[in-house]
Design a binder for this molecule. Structure first.
Ligand code: AMP
Ligand code: ZN
Length: 116
């Protein structure tokens, strides 16, 4: 899927509405449209990178920043004390359906393992 057809790029560009939780110049955090936990936030880098498999060393700082933002949001959303999960689905078998790299921040309930 090209950047032009990317639903998350359209959300980032405000061409498609979303419930924005947090935004800065590098990252957008939105509510997932189909939540699977009481707190289900998607963290999207504003730069279009299709998947973790497509990331390069140029993105080390950006991906580290997103993880720290996830931790900050988890604290803001009051899910940090009990614990939470930060997930990246990569590729078809990883369960990725939108090919713009993103992390799921999930919390507000106890989770199981393994996740399949
Ligand atoms: P993944 O399966 O890891 O690629 O995750 C894609 C996620 O995007 C799913 O959890 C969807 O529910 C979510 N999603 C798809 N379209 C939208 C949208 N327009 N607004 C918010 N979340 C969306
Ligand atoms: Zn995109």
């Amino acid at each position: 899927m090209s950047k032009e057809d990317c639903i998350f790029c359209k959300i980032i560009n405000k061409e498609i509405p979303s419930k924005i939780i947090y935004e800065d110049d590098r990252v957008l955090a939105i509510e997932d449209i189909n939540p699977v936990a009481p707190v289900h936030i998607l963290l999207l880098p504003k730069e279009h990178i299709a998947s973790l498999d497509d990331a390069s060393e140029n993105s080390i700082e950006l991906l580290g920043y997103i993880q720290l933002m996830a931790a900050r949001l988890a604290r803001d959303m009051k899910i940090a004390d009990h614990g939470y999960r930060l997930v990246n689905n990569c590729g078809e078998w990883g369960g990725q359906t939108v090919f713009h790299i993103h992390y799921h921040l999930l919390g507000g309930k106890e989770m199981g393992w393994p996740p399949f």
